[in-house]
Design a protein around this ligand. Structure first.
Ligand code: HEM
Ligand code: HEM
Length: 175
């Protein structure tokens, strides 16, 4: 049994957006004062797609809570089942936390020109504070790279099933 089609589409779409966000995030920082316009435009796209990633994961969690999901294969070793479930949970936690922290960091940044979701200016629900920015900035960064590390572990696990566990190939459930 496969994951329902909407979840399969959302899985690969979010994977693409999240990996692109990490690459763009790493590339756009540090902000270059030599070419402020270029840097600001990269930040604009990072924030807009970051908020999109947040909306997508909330819709995904809502859909998932009502969907009929395939159980992991019965003969899969219990430690592998546990590892897969823990990694999936951690991925969801980080997929929610990282964009929320990104939004808070952008709101409290004293020199920010506002947070835009593509053409829409979002309300800034936090007061400006360089000190809070410094803390949230480090957490956003650390969790974003932790998300990358988890994605690599997750993808390696999936590839391992594809290559070596022909009868327990969970890969085709998400294709
Ligand atoms: C899943 C969503 C997101 C991911 C994976 C992500 C990832 C990253 C990464 C990897 C960096 C670079 C950190 C560094 O090397 O210093 C970064 C920086 C940044 N992110 Fe995100 N981000 C996400 C969502 C957001 C959102 C929604 C916002 C704001 C609305 C945001 C605002 C920022 C800002 C302003 C920086 C630059 C901080 C600085 O100049 O030091 N991010 N992000
Ligand atoms: C940013 C990148 C990615 C994220 C955030 C992510 C996240 C997730 C999550 C949360 C699930 C659990 C789905 C659920 O039960 O609701 C899942 C399932 C899965 N993912 Fe990913 N994924 C990413 C990239 C990849 C890549 C690159 C591969 C393969 C190389 C992959 C292969 C799979 C497979 C095979 C499953 C199904 C596992 C099962 O049958 O239980 N994912 N992914």
């Amino acid at each position: 049994m496969k994951y329902p089609l909407p979840l399969r589409i959302i899985h690969w779409l979010s994977a693409l957006i999240i990996i692109a966000l990490i690459v763009l995030g790493a590339y756009m920082t540090p902000f270059s004062m030599d070419n402020v316009e270029h840097s600001e435009s990269l930040y604009f796209w990072h924030k807009s797609f970051g908020i999109l990633a947040f909306i997508v994961v909330i819709l995904r969690l809502l859909y998932r809570s009502k969907a009929n999901l395939p159980a992991l294969p019965e003969d899969m070793p219990s430690h592998e089942k546990l590892a897969a479930k823990l990694v999936h949970k951690a991925l969801y936690v980080l997929m929610v936390l990282v964009p929320v922290l990104g939004y808070i960091q952008s709101c409290v940044y004293p020199y920010s020109s506002g947070v835009h979701f593509f053409g829409m200016l979002l309300p800034e629900i936090f007061f400006d504070s360089q000190k809070i920015f410094d803390v949230v900035n480090i957490i956003h960064k650390t969790l974003a790279y932790s998300l990358l590390a988890l994605v690599i572990i997750h993808a390696l696990g999936a590839i391992k099933h594809r290559l070596f566990d022909k009868e327990n190939d969970v890969f085709k459930r998400i294709l």
